[in-house]
Design a protein around this ligand. Structure first.
Ligand SMILES: [Zn+2]
Length: 450
């Protein structure tokens, strides 16, 4: 059931003036939920949405410097990829058909040890940012080495991001130990605390890769600095079995006991969760990030999103790195999450398309603590939005815009992308980066590797 609503919201201090009006055949604002607006417009001043309303009213109220007519388009918030490792796009296709533990120990960590450098991170991140923007993602979360390099790429390409700097016991090219990683990461946190685009978070890789004392320190910093924490948690059954064998309790229980569960914690994966653990997650306000493709590809199972939703848990979506996915298309994650929800509940009415759209946008923003800035098209929020060309044959005919967005391979229809009021893709063309030049550099890197 689609809801129609037609209010005109205004910021009175900018009435009659705006930089841009976007007229669209359909707008999915995401807030209010499950809403389709037809023949509506956005008014934008600077980097902020100032109004959303019927086209005729917006045009009668505002005198823009520029107007974009999207008469055959769906306009919606940019997608939010709440978990990934951007530079790992350079490992795309390496170590296929391996379970998680083998894939990490025998493929990923040895390759990273051999290849890791600031240049590797820069190139891989540039490749991922290009892929994400082209498929409609305007905000992503990253957990990777050299986050200062990733921050520079974000500034250069204009994309919004959360950078969860990696905390792991073993020495790596970026940090000698947890102390060193905390020192470097918190320095970056302070340097970027007023950034419009980038937020820095703590990124403990997993509970099994950190000792209990360091995990408690991370919890202390999270509370003292009010900083977000992202962690891989209960990704596989093996991880949970090992935890119980070595500590006598699951990692969720351990994090609960040391006070790390809470609204600042983003628990990624959660494929193995008991009812009691779900209650701990719900009661604490912990956010969950569901990465369905990566989990299924590594045969780790999948997150019980239906049960978590029933308990009121905020569940966002992520691709994870391209090494375990192998693409960064958030529309396909939204689709898979909807299909898995139907399978989980054995009910075709579960996993509604509008819910998948909310998970891929506003719930992503909530999980990352950015929901006052982005995730929905509302006055006062940043102008982070995309358009889908419904003339794309795979979307025709358009009976239901939400179904088209989730189930009809919509990434191929993305033709305009705005982040923070700036148009980064215009009629399918990047405005800042050159895909042929980037492809050339990636292929040169790969040739040199061979
Ligand atoms: Zn991951």
């Amino acid at each position: 059931m689609l809801t129609r609503f037609r209010p005109l919201y205004r910021y009175t201090d900018v009435m009659n003036k705006c930089d841009l009006i976007v007229n669209a055949a359909w707008i999915l604002p995401v807030a209010p939920v499950n809403t389709v607006l037809t023949h509506h417009s956005l008014a934008i001043s600077g980097n902020v949405i100032t109004a959303i309303g019927p086209k005729t009213e917006i045009q009668a109220t505002y005198h823009p410097q520029q107007t974009i007519n999207l008469d055959n388009h769906i306009v919606m918030p940019g997608l939010i990829n709440a978990h990934g490792h951007a530079a790992m796009s350079l490992l795309r296709g390496a170590g296929e058909d391996q379970p998680l533990e083998v894939w990490l120990n025998d493929t990923v960590w040895p390759m990273e040890a051999a290849l890791m450098s600031p240049d590797f991170v820069r190139l891989g991140t540039e490749l991922s940012v290009a892929e994400m923007l082209a498929s409609g993602t305007t905000t992503f979360s990253d957990m990777y080495f050299y986050p200062e390099v990733v921050a520079n790429v974000c500034a250069e390409q204009g994309i919004r991001a959360q950078l969860a700097f990696p905390l792991i016991e073993f020495s790596n090219p970026w940090s000698t130990d947890v102390n060193d990683a905390l020192h470097k990461g918190l320095e970056l946190f302070h340097a970027l605390r007023h950034s419009n685009l980038v937020k820095v978070a703590l990124g403990p890789h997993s509970a099994y890769s950190l000792n209990a004392k360091d995990m408690e320190r991370i919890g202390m910093y999270a509370h003292e600095l009010d900083i977000m924490v992202q962690i891989h948690l209960h990704e596989s059954a093996q991880e949970v079995e090992n935890a119980i064998a070595t500590t006598g309790e699951s990692w969720i229980k351990r994090l609960h006991n040391i006070g790390l569960l809470g609204p600042n914690l983003q628990a990624v994966h959660m494929t193995q969760v008991t009812p009691a653990e779900m209650t701990m997650i719900a009661d604490s306000g912990t956010r969950v990030v569901h990465c369905p493709t990566s989990n299924l590809k590594l045969a780790s199972g999948y997150c019980p999103v239906g049960e978590l939703h029933k308990k009121g848990v905020c569940v966002a979506l992520g691709t994870d790195g391209a090494a375990s996915n192998n693409c960064l298309d958030m529309f396909s994650e939204a689709r898979l999450s909807a299909l898995l929800a139907k399978h989980e509940e054995q009910n075709a009415a579960a996993g509604k398309a509008a819910d998948a759209v909310r998970m891929a946008t506003l719930d992503g923003a909530r999980a990352l603590g950015m929901d006052t800035i982005t995730g929905s098209l509302e006055p006062g929020k940043a102008a982070d939005f995309i358009s889908l060309d419904t003339e794309h044959l795979g979307l025709l005919p358009l009976h239901d815009p939400f179904a088209a967005v989730v189930h009809a391979n919509a990434a191929k229809a993305v033709d305009n992308v705005f982040v923070n009021g700036e148009q980064l893709i215009k009629n399918r063309q990047f405005t800042r980066l050159s895909p042929p030049e980037l492809a050339h550099r990636v292929k040169s890197w790969h040739s040199a590797l061979a």
